[in-house]
Design a protein around this ligand. Structure first.
Ligand SMILES: Cc1cc2nc3c(=O)[nH]c(=O)nc-3n(C[C@H](O)[C@H](O)[C@H](O)COP(=O)(O)OP(=O)(O)OC[C@H]3O[C@@H](n4cnc5c(N)ncnc54)[C@H](O)[C@@H]3O)c2cc1C
Length: 415
């Protein structure tokens, strides 16, 4: 399919593809087994300037937006979603700073995230507060010119490999959801340490850590956006970042299908390649159709989003205002429904396709020395993180009902 990508966008695919095929494929099984972080590949990604493809040129990025992030994430994940995740994890730190950071915060943090000199993470989850972020227990108390942070966050992707973190705390527990605030925190700040490292099913080379805050003091300038508006920061970020997870899922599905087509053409049973059986061809056909449908939905949503994000970003930089405020001024739409749709659709596709690919490869598909089982393990997380698919479906349902209610109100006024 021709998605009418620009030359720069095609270059991103090619650059990410070179790294995926030549550098990542030969080492993905090693890093999956050892659970070590692939610093050698991070260096290749830095050299290729991949970390900043979605960030404005003013901060050292390539000047792209969502579509560029998606193209990179999809292509890297075709080789290994765990290794590709390092760029996505950093984007989950850069996006809230881009959207909600003031000009000083953008200038201070985005260039190092854009170059990949520093990696970033985002942490809202706590042991007792997952899908229900409003129940968080970690607190930030303003004392003079600094906040004092206390509490434990868990399941932080990137873990110790990051240098910059966007973390959520309650600044006013009595206000519940309206008491949550977002902060930028740097590694090495006294009182900020790392707890348990998780052992995982998939994306094993990307470390997942507990973050511990014990009377950790940060300057009050590190507040991101406004006190009590942390959930706006989180939702605004997820609206733009969930397509990145969808792209990861899409890459996983495509990677598994490519390996499966190759294998089933070679593998002979009953004297013929197993790909010549119609039952196999129907499974291949369904996988390919689901993948292309996912890609068409994802790219069209990303392109539509970028029509809002790019002009708002330019306006914000020119006028020294927040990108989030510029989006509101320009009448940008909220992308909550569509970003949830692409995440659900692409991640469910990835799970279905990778499971079918293991089936089509037979016994070898189940073995560690063949790559398809890893794609199936990696696919699962895309249905869970950045909000489970159940929670995404809740959001889509809620938005549909809200839209219907607003349409009914408009009709009533017009009548
Ligand atoms: C490998 C990994 C990496 C992660 N990385 C990060 C990270 O970098 N930063 C970060 O902040 N978090 C991260 N997470 C956390 C992740 O976003 C949460 O695990 C996820 O949001 C679900 O929360 P939970 O695990 O507490 O599940 P729970 O909220 O306990 O949910 C359990 C089950 O109940 C269902 N459920 C819950 N509420 C509802 C509802 N209202 N309606 C229907 N069903 C519901 C869920 O869908 C799920 O099936 C990561 C998680 C993993 C596993």
């Amino acid at each position: 399919m021709d998605y009418e990508l620009t030359e720069t966008q095609l270059d991103i695919i090619n650059l990410a593809g070179e790294i995926a095929d030549k550098k990542i494929k030969p080492v993905r099984a090693k890093y999956d087994a050892s659970e070590e972080f692939p610093w050698e590949i991070i260096e290749e990604m830095r050299k290729a300037d991949l970390f900043g493809v979605y960030l404005p040129e003013e901060y050292g990025g390539l000047g792209g937006a969502n579509l560029e992030l998606i193209l990179m994430s999809e292509r890297l994940s075709q080789a290994c979603a765990g290794i590709g995740l390092s760029a996505l994890t950093s984007s989950l730190c850069a996006i809230p700073i881009l959207l909600f950071g003031n000009p000083d915060q953008r200038k201070r943090y985005l260039p190092d995230l854009a170059s990949g000199k520093k990696l970033g993470s985002f942490c809202i989850t706590e042991p007792a507060s997952g899908s229900d972020a409003t129940s968080m227990g970690a607190t930030a108390t303003l004392e003079g010119d600094h906040y004092v942070l206390n509490g434990v966050k868990n399941f932080c992707s990137g873990g110790k490999t990051s240098e910059t973190y966007v973390v959520f705390f309650s600044t006013n527990p009595s206000k519940g959801p309206r008491g949550i605030s977002a902060f930028i925190i740097e590694k090495g700040t006294p009182g900020f340490s790392f707890g348990k490292k998780e052992e995982k099913m998939g994306i094993r080379c990307n470390p997942t850590y507990e973050l511990v805050f014990e009377n950790c003091q940060i300057p009050k300038e590190n507040l991101l956006y406004k006190e009590g508006r942390g959930l706006h920061v989180a939702q605004g970020t997820f609206d733009l970042s969930r397509p990145g997870v969808a792209a990861q899922a899409l890459g996983i599905a495509q990677g598994a299908l490519n390996e499966t087509i190759e294998y089933t053409r070679q593998r002979k049973q009953f004297g013929v390649p197993v790909s010549s059986f119609q039952a196999m061809q129907h499974m291949l056909a369904d996988c390919a159709t689901q993948i292309e449908a996912s890609r068409a939905l994802l790219y069209s949503v990303a392109k539509a989003m970028d029509k809002d994000v790019i002009p708002a970003t330019q306006k914000a930089i020119k006028e020294g205002i927040l990108v989030y405020d510029a989006m509101k001024k320009l009448g940008a739409k909220r992308w909550t429904k569509e970003s949830a749709m692409v995440k659900v659709f692409c991640s469910d596709t990835a799970m279905k396709v990778t499971t079918d690919c293991v089936q089509m490869c037979g016994g070898i598909g189940y073995m560690r020395d063949f790559p398809v089982e890893k794609f199936m393990r990696d696919a699962k997380i895309t249905q869970i993180y950045e909000g489970t698919n159940q929670v995404q479906r809740n959001e889509i349902g809620m938005m549909l009902i809200k839209e219907a209610a607003s349409a009914a109100r408009r009709e009533a006024v017009a009548a």
